[in-house]
Design a protein around this ligand. Structure first.
Ligand code: KG4
Ligand code: ZN
Length: 340
């Protein structure tokens, strides 16, 4: 690892985590500080205005701490990187405005990054040797996408959800089961004690060859199922119901990802986004992929959450290509992996 590898200072503020990281161009993380916002828990979801204010409170403090902990100074950085979409617009603007002011006052180039691409590139922080072509399964609170990368900068979206995202489905069905917010981690934990074959909830868009996803039918089916059962029955079988819902969410993800990998002769599959933390998805996808001689990569749990090291990782190809943003660049809340 070269000591002289260019250094990036990166910022992430697209939702309710403020993060500042320092990463070199070999994907080596020197620091990755995250300040999450438990203040939203009592509201059962993220309050955008509150999130923006907390980002404003945290971002300067985290940057000062990152510089202090690494002993680095402004002149040590080759560029600054920041996520600019998708996300909560107010939250994104805080990170972007902060990065722009530093870029201007330190006279450094600015690199803008798509937050979903950053989730995919989180995999390179622990596996810098991953080679293209590879297939990425992006599963988060707002996205469900199958993205085929021909190389690090050329990619195409081969499948996506037509309605709810996988994470959103975890959250909404967990809420119906009374598991609180965000529901994904609670469903994951409870499902380990349940039988995934207890009840056969519907799997969306089962048609062979269709790489898109649909979860609105499942959500309705869960609602109808729960309204047909008595409270006592639900309480007695909560883990079985949770495991059955989880299996209905992850089955199409696994089947379509492996079908797509096989069709395109892909040997590396990268899991990305908050739902990449799901233990059943990780295990079952790895087993299924092995049967088509493909390997599954996923970030460690700490890198599945929103963090600035992944923003830096996604900025590296742009740094090497000299693809810098001008200071009039804007943030955008528009969904998708493609938009930059
Ligand atoms: O990528 P992310 O942090 O935020 C977005 O950009 O949306 O993903 C958050 C989503 C939430 O829906 C949360 O319930 C889900 O990821 N999630 C999980 C798990 N951990 C987080 N879903 C299933 N199993 C988990 N272990
Ligand atoms: Zn995210």
């Amino acid at each position: 690892m070269s000591e002289t590898s260019p250094l990036l200072l990166a910022f992430e503020s697209s939702c309710d985590d403020t993060s500042v990281a320092i990463v070199d161009a070999n994907y080596r993380v020197l620091c990755n500080l995250i300040s999450s916002q438990p203040e939203h828990t009592e509201f059962g979801g993220v309050l955008p205005e509150l999130a923006s204010r907390l980002h404003m409170k945290n971002i300067l403090y985290l940057t000062q701490r990152a510089l202090r902990e690494t002993g680095l100074a402004p002149q040590d950085f080759s560029a600054l990187a920041v996520s600019v979409n998708p996300g909560l617009i107010g939250s994104l603007i805080v990170g972007l405005s902060f990065a722009k002011s530093l870029a201007w006052s330190w006279q450094k180039p600015l690199i803008t990054v798509n937050h979903m691409l950053a989730h995919i590139f989180a995999n390179f922080l622990e596996h810098p040797d991953i080679q293209a072509p590879f297939l990425a399964l992006v599963v988060s609170g707002g996205h469900t996408e199958l993205v085929l990368f021909h190389d690090l900068t050329h990619f195409e979206i081969l499948g996506k959800t037509l309605d709810d995202a996988a994470g959103e489905t975890f959250d909404k069905t967990a809420k119906l089961l009374g598991l609180g917010y965000p529901g994904g981690p609670a469903m994951d934990a409870l499902s380990t004690q349940g039988d995934p074959g207890f009840f056969a909830f519907p799997r969306g868009l089962k048609r062979k060859g269709d790489l898109n996803f649909s979860y609105s039918g499942l959500k309705t089916a869960v609602l109808e199922y729960l309204s047909r059962q008595g409270a006592e029955y639900i309480a007695a079988h909560k883990a079985d119901i949770a495991a059955s819902i989880q299996q209905a969410i992850i089955d199409p993800l696994i089947a379509k990802t492996c079908a797509c990998a096989k069709q395109n002769q892909i040997k590396s599959i990268l899991l990305a986004g908050g739902v990449a933390a799901n233990s059943a998805l990780r295990t079952q996808l790895a087993a299924q992929a092995a049967s088509i001689q493909a390997r599954v990569y996923h970030p460690s749990l700490s890198l599945c959450v929103d963090n600035a090291a992944m923003v830096a990782a996604a900025a590296i190809p742009k740094l090497l290509a000299g693809a810098f943003a001008t200071l009039d660049v804007n943030a955008s809340s528009a969904k998708g992996t493609r938009i930059l």
